[in-house]
Write a protein that binds this ligand. Structure first.
Ligand code: SAM
Ligand code: DTB
Ligand code: SF4
Length: 331
């Protein structure tokens, strides 16, 4: 299977607008070239520091400037994180993603504590992922040395639409952090959100940015906006499932070796809708009754779905596209 990172917008457009069932069939065909096509990665999220963030991301329940219902909580203790990680592992998770409502990482006591959490959770045999905001190269290296496996930093939307959603940092700031993460040889987890009020063109442009990166992100989360009361996007309509499927299938076709994660928004999807997402190439989910601050299906519900659909949880530390394999780039 050839990996190509010189996609043009026209090529991606042609794929994105195929008749839906053709698009899903084409994505499923590519997905089935991967012999582990029925394995789904289970990642569990912990909000290690909740709320009070000074950024203005229009979708986010944790931005201090919006009047949302969440309770601000300080950085968790290492012990508490370990206890949560043990529960996630016992429930079949192979990856634990620790999220902090920070604009960026600062070189202070809190970062030292996060490094300790990373080391402890890694020693439990889980792939550790962090999402802590912007990072310098040195901080990315320190995370890697502590045992961090992956770093999540989403571009969220197209570069054109970005300033309609976030004004307190730029699209280039995001790309810069992603470059630091890649350079430190952390596995790159980068995707976005649908439902922000973006156009199809914005979605195609976002997929173009992801699929023309130096190496494709190892994992690509596709989040359906969870509208949050008190945020500027509280009244946004839910994105219909056919549009989610279009995003997942297109991502699967243009980034064939990346893990495509059906992320926020699953709580509002039935099993048939999720089954179509897996058919279209999604091969990862966030599991556990909470995402960071919003509800998500619990482990048992997901396990019943896996059994019904013949899916199996993927083991930790499997090789991923750009960290462990050379990427063939076609001219
Ligand atoms: N503060 C860090 C940052 O912004 O990178 C890490 C945590 S942040 C909550 C991680 C990602 O969650 C965001 O980039 C966004 O894609 C997603 N997210 C946040 N709120 C969401 C919502 N209401 N619906 C869907 N996705 C959301
Ligand atoms: C990602 O792309 N989605 C996750 C994770 N990366 C950090 C977060 C979704 C958050 C949804 C809103 C909430 O629960 O606060
Ligand atoms: Fe939310 Fe992260 Fe934006 Fe802060 S930086 S408002 S936590 S998405």
């Amino acid at each position: 299977m050839q990996i190509k990172n010189n996609w043009t917008l026209n090529e991606i457009q042609e794929i994105y607008y195929r008749p839906l069932l053709d698009l899903i069939f084409d994505a499923a065909t590519i997905h089935r070239e991967n012999k582990a096509y029925s394995e789904v990665q289970i990642s569990s999220l912990i909000s290690i520091k909740t709320g009070g963030c000074k950024e203005d991301c229009a979708y986010c329940p944790q931005a201090a400037r919006y009047n949302t219902d969440i309770e601000v909580e300080p950085l968790m203790t290492v012990e508490k994180v370990k206890a949560r990680a043990a529960v996630a592992k016992a429930n079949g998770a192979s990856r634990l993603c620790m999220g902090a409502a920070w604009r960026e990482v600062r070189d202070n006591k809190d970062f030292e504590r996060v490094l300790e959490m990373v080391t402890e959770v890694n020693e439990m045999g889980l792939e550790v992922c962090c999402t802590l905001g912007m990072l310098t190269y040195e901080q990315a290296e320190r995370l890697k040395e502590a045992g961090c496996f992956a770093y999540n930093h989403n571009i969220d939307t197209s570069s054109d639409n970005y300033q309609n959603i976030i004004t307190t940092r730029t699209f280039d700031d995001r790309i810069n952090t992603l470059n630091n993460v890649r350079k430190a040889k952390l596995s790159v987890c980068c995707g976005g959100i649908v439902g922000l009020g973006e156009t199809d063109d914005d979605r195609i442009k976002m997929l173009h940015t992801l699929s023309t990166m130096e190496t494709h992100p190892d994992s690509v989360p596709i989040n359906r906006l969870v509208p949050i009361k008190g945020t500027p996007l509280e009244d946004n309509a839910s994105v219909p499932i056919n549009e989610i499927l279009r995003m997942i299938a297109t991502a699967r076709i243009i980034m064939p070796k990346s893990v495509v994660r059906l992320s926020a928004g699953r709580n509002e999807m039935n099993i048939a809708e999720q089954a179509l997402c897996f058919m279209a190439g999604a091969n990862s989910i966030f599991a556990g009754e909470k995402l960071l601050t919003t509800p998500n299906p619990d482990f048992d519900t997901d396990m019943q779905m896996f059994t019904m659909l013949g899916l199996t949880p993927r083991k930790p530390f499997k090789e991923t596209a750009s960290t462990n394999q050379p990427v063939e780039i076609t001219a």
